[in-house]
Design a protein around this ligand. Structure first.
Ligand code: GDP
Ligand code: IMO
Ligand code: MG
Length: 436
């Protein structure tokens, strides 16, 4: 059984929490795109873990956690993360890294920051983790793959060319900054290679084996569909495909093997970085949601922009990914917000639009058409079944599902594992309980 899980908005929807919930019954969890621009939070037995590269299934020792070929991996960050979780008593013996994954090299974060500086007022608000430059090098075929760590002479030769002919001239001649030292990089990456060697392999046979055994495989999306390089608000996007298609190319799983796609959505909208966000709230309600929801970036600590639930976005990303069920998170953050609005359509120059326009200047200037629903005053934190929720909360969830075009099967009312409602059976809960 193959399940793809994607973020349906602009990232930080709570994917980590949902992956952790489903991982208990998964034989394998795979990260297939992005890098340490991601920050996925899991709260288990009151302990909070923030994963940037390690798949969020790592807390289950018998779940194989794979960093797939589509990821751009910063070895320094991965090793720090491995040390950190091990120090907290979590084994990483079940971690596997694809030798085809590309690496973040020391110049990638530098170029990310320099390029952002050049853009001035038009900057994208990237995470400065080097994601865009690393994917650009992959596409230009001058990227370094994790498997290169196991071929020191090849690595040295390639570094001679890439650093000497491409990177250092760019740093010195265009940006007027100091060149990077080849021997130092070689020594650093040799040390990374030594430590990572036991984890690196060609994941093709591993994944084929899991498919043949019909294991439960979970594909853990990073970012969200509105940050998709093709279908997001280009150029205010990330440099990978966080949509369902990217999960497949980033892992080598064929489309015909996918059983279900889950979309994770927050009960409102957030966005980090620049770019259009039609339902953004720049008022006291927005501030309140940000504070109650602790909407500050898991990776960069930046304040997230906050807005009403945008069903135009949700309808689009449900359709784009073929989402069969929605996990709706952070419903509790709306406790006491009254009334609550949902954006049902956009209006531009008097014309209604039911999906986000590809032209972002149109998107920037469209006006959200809102439906207003009653809020609820009671806390939802203790709810464990649909029947425990206030009527108004149930009406809100039903309207989100109707406008988005997919059933809401999981509702999250707090960061903890147990703060979760499975809305109907058979459901994702059933899927999660299936034999490995
Ligand atoms: P991800 O990138 O999609 O995994 O999401 P992040 O971890 O970056 O951000 C989600 C944040 O919301 C984390 O701090 C979670 O612990 C927290 N969270 C997840 N679900 C809920 C929920 O239902 N209610 C509340 N209050 N917090 C939640
Ligand atoms: P998770 O997996 C939210 C955003 C950045 C910026 C844009 C491009 O935790 O949901 P990049 O560094 O990728 O080139 O930045 O994408 N961004 C995210 N926003 N959650 C994420 O990941 C993000 N990863 C990238 O803020 O606007
Ligand atoms: Mg996040």
């Amino acid at each position: 059984m193959v399940t793809i899980l994607v973020g349906g908005q602009w990232g930080d929807e709570g994917k980590g929490k949902i992956i952790d919930l489903l991982s208990e019954r998964a034989g394998m969890v795979i990260r297939s795109q992005g890098g340490n621009n991601a920050g996925h939070t899991v709260v288990s037995h009151g302990q909070e873990f923030r994963f940037h590269l390690i798949p969020s299934g790592i807390l289950y020792p018998s779940t194989t956690c794979v960093i797939g070929n589509g990821v751009v991996l910063d070895p320094r960050v991965l090793l720090e993360e491995m040390d950190h979780v091990q120090a907290r008593g979590v084994s990483v013996d079940h971690l596997v890294i694809s030798d085809r994954a590309h690496m973040i090299m020391p110049w990638h974060p530098i170029l990310d920051q320099l390029e952002e500086g050049q853009r001035g007022d038009d900057r994208l608000g990237t995470t400065w983790r080097g994601i865009g430059p690393a994917y650009a090098d992959k596409v230009r075929r001058i990227g370094f793959r994790v498997g290169d760590l196991q071929k020191p002479r090849f690595l040295q030769k390639k570094l001679e060319f890439v650093l000497g002919k491409v990177v250092n001239p760019l740093l010195q001649d265009l940006y007027r900054v100091a060149p990077l030292d080849r021997d130092q990089i070689l020594a650093t990456y040799a040390a990374y290679g030594e430590r990572l060697d036991p984890f690196i392999q060609d994941i093709f046979p591993l994944i084929q084996g899991a498919l043949n055994r019909r294991d439960n495989i979970l594909l853990e999306g990073a970012q969200g569909s509105m940050l998709d390089l093709d279908f997001g608000t280009y150029p205010y996007v990330t440099s990978s495909s966080p949509s369902a298609g990217g999960a497949l190319t980033g892992s080598g799983i064929p489309p015909s093997r996918v059983d279900t796609t889950i979309g994770v959505y927050k009960a409102f909208s957030t966005r980090v970085g620049y770019g259009p966000m039609p339902t953004e709230l720049v008022d006291a309600t927005g501030d309140r949601i940000r504070e109650v929801g602790k909407e500050y970036g898991t990776t960069t600590g930046r304040a997230r922009r906050v807005g009403w639930f945008d069903a135009v976005v949700a309808r689009y990303t449900v359709a784009l990914n073929g989402i069969g069920s929605i996990a709706l998170t952070k419903l509790d953050v709306l406790d006491g917000v009254d009334p609550i609005r949902i954006c049902a359509a956009y209006r531009r120059k008097g014309v209604l639009h039911d999906h986000p326009m590809s032209n972002i200047s149109h998107l920037k200037h469209c006006e959200p058409v809102y439906e207003e629903l009653s809020g609820w005053q009671a806390s939802t934190r203790a709810a464990r079944r649909a029947a425990d929720l206030p009527d108004a909360a149930r009406r809100y969830i039903a309207r989100v599902a109707e406008l988005s075009g997919a059933p809401v099967e999981v509702v999250s009312v707090g960061p903890g594992r147990e703060e979760t409602l499975w809305m109907k059976e058979p459901s994702l809960a059933g899927l999660a309980r299936e034999a490995r």
